[in-house]
Design a protein around this ligand. Structure first.
Ligand code: HSE
Length: 296
């Protein structure tokens, strides 16, 4: 049986719209085995209600098998661990796509390189920002240059922890993109270019005091906050409790606070505060995942 583990990812990280992403120690696991006929998808012990043609693990997996001419009879796809919630800005689609492609790659004899896996996955997902860290781990800057995906890893300061706040409401990337303007002013472009560059350098050099200004953004967050009730209140409370920076994870609805590991009271204080709000917020204090997708 093929067993794959894929990390959750947080994309954008403030100013790095569609280009920055970081893998987190928060995982889905996908097991694939060949059976005599048919396709079964089991998720956390139950038959998955999602039609096969909408199941990204299955469609990505079959796409690769067909492309490389692999002859098959049937498959059982088991997802025993599905921690990454859907439509919350934590890269659940990227995890499904990368998991499906990596499982297929094993069956076709590992002919796909890391770059091939990334290229195939970005073709399906559309943006590289969740895909690349899900494949190689860490914090990554990625861009699409014609046919190629160019990426580069950024160092992550050792003390940095990601406090993930996941609400009990979904927000699809598609919907969260419709609220964004078509055009931006020169001032907004300068604002984002300077913050994005500063964020990369601050991370590389461990300049935690620059993270707050570096995660500011004019491209997407102000527009998307309208879709995430209490986002501003939560960000203010996080700052009051000593977080280093806050941003919307991917296209939301999850919110993220970057915290120094030594801030021991942060999780408890924030959890207490979040419990006073109208929606339920699940929280996790996570380290960055540095491995990316692994075959177990
Ligand atoms: N960067 C995308 C967005 C989400 O913010 O719309 C992840 O690909």
């Amino acid at each position: 049986m093929i067993k794959i583990r894929i990390p959750a990812t947080t994309a954008n990280m403030g100013p790095g719209f569609d280009s920055f992403g970081m893998a987190l120690k928060f995982y889905n696991e996908i097991y694939v085995e060949e059976i005599e006929n048919g396709v079964e998808v089991i998720q956390e012990g139950k038959v998955s209600p999602i039609p096969l043609e909408e199941n990204l693990i299955y469609t990505s997996f079959i796409k690769i098998l067909n492309k490389y001419g692999y002859k098959y009879k049937g498959f059982r796809i088991n997802i025993p661990k599905c921690s990454i919630p859907v439509s919350r800005g934590l890269g659940s689609s990227a995890a499904c796509i990368v998991g499906g492609i990596c499982a297929a790659n094993i069956l076709i004899g590992n002919v796909l390189s890391v770059d091939d896996i990334i290229k195939e996955a970005v073709e399906i997902e559309g943006h590289p920002d969740n895909i690349v860290p899900a494949v190689i781990g860490g914090m990554v800057i990625s861009l699409i240059n014609g046919e190629n995906i160019v990426y580069s890893k950024v160092n992550i300061p050792q003390n940095l922890r990601m406090f993930v706040m996941i609400p009990n409401f979904k927000l699809s990337t598609e919907e969260a993109r419709t609220v964004l303007p078509e055009k931006y002013t020169k001032q907004d472009c300068i604002f984002n270019v300077s913050r994005a560059a500063m964020l990369v350098n601050a991370m590389n050099k461990g300049e935690l005091d620059k993270l707050r200004v570096s995660t500011q953004d004019k491209i997407h967050q102000e527009y998307r906050k309208e879709l995430i009730p209490d986002a501003d209140k939560i960000f203010k409370e996080a700052e009051k409790n000593g977080s280093l920076a806050e941003f919307i994870s991917g296209s939301g609805s999850t919110l993220m606070a970057l915290v120094d590991e030594n801030n021991k009271e942060f999780k408890e204080n924030m959890t207490k505060f979040l419990n006073t709000l109208q929606y339920n917020w699940e929280t996790h204090l996570l380290e960055a995942d540095l491995e990316g997708v692994v075959v177990l």
